[in-house]
Design a protein around this ligand. Structure first.
Ligand code: COA
Length: 183
């Protein structure tokens, strides 16, 4: 357990929490932002705005006092979700059939460097997922980051297959799944 406070947000509070999230993103990804225009804060902000306007978007931010430690957010996949469009591994059709209430997509989990390896990331992850009613969760982890995949595997996630989103310059990801406890 870490001594951070976790605050929960939904779409109607997205505008209020947005500046904090952009600040954390800018700090954590400073090197990537300098090296790659596709990692700019503006692009992240546009992605965040897209996600936070989705039905069922939810977000957690961890705080140590008044300082933000990190965030996690996601939303349920809609029917016919584009999410699975870039799946390269053949799987039975039923595995990727979405109903709008079946799968929660964990879009981002980011923790500021001083709070790495403190349990803060796990708490954000667990608290975000604990409030979801879907039967399973999915996330994409870059295949270039095997340690992050191993971290998620140690938290119970399983690799479903290879996925490359239909976005220019998109890297290759592992698509992962996690069963969520039924409420
Ligand atoms: C992913 C994250 C939340 C995990 O936090 P944590 O549970 O405290 O775990 P760690 O930071 O120790 O990460 C586990 C390992 O993955 C590595 N790792 C983490 N993020 C990485 C990244 N973006 N690229 C490459 N390696 C990464 C760490 O260096 C660490 O390796 P080590 O054990 O050799 O030191 C945190 O590392 C983070 O915010 N990373 C940057 C954002 C990110 O990559 N998010 C995941 C998107 S799917």
């Amino acid at each position: 357990m870490t001594g951070i406070d976790i605050r929960h947000y939904t779409s109607d509070q997205a505008a209020a929490v947005r500046p904090t999230m952009l600040e954390v993103y800018a700090e954590v990804y400073a090197d990537a932002i300098a090296a790659d225009p596709f990692k700019s804060v503006d692009r992240f902000a546009a992605g965040l705005d897209g996600w936070s306007s989705r039905t069922g978007w939810s977000c957690v931010v961890g705080y140590a006092g008044d300082q933000a430690v990190g965030y996690a957010y996601g939303a349920p996949l809609p029917e016919n979700a584009r999410w699975w469009g870039g799946l390269l591994t053949e799987v039975p059709e039923d595995v990727v059939r979405e109903t709008g209430t079946r799968t929660y997509a964990l879009s981002e989990l980011t923790v500021r460097i001083p709070w790495r390896k403190t349990g803060a990331a796990r708490r954000l992850h667990d608290e975000l997922l604990a409030e979801q009613s879907e039967e399973r969760a999915t996330l994409l982890v870059q295949q270039a980051h095997p340690k992050v995949r191993a971290l998620y595997e140690s938290w119970g996630w399983k690799v479903l297959g290879d996925l490359r989103p239909h976005i220019e310059h998109a890297p290759l990801f592992h698509a992962m799944l996690l069963d969520l406890p039924q409420h």
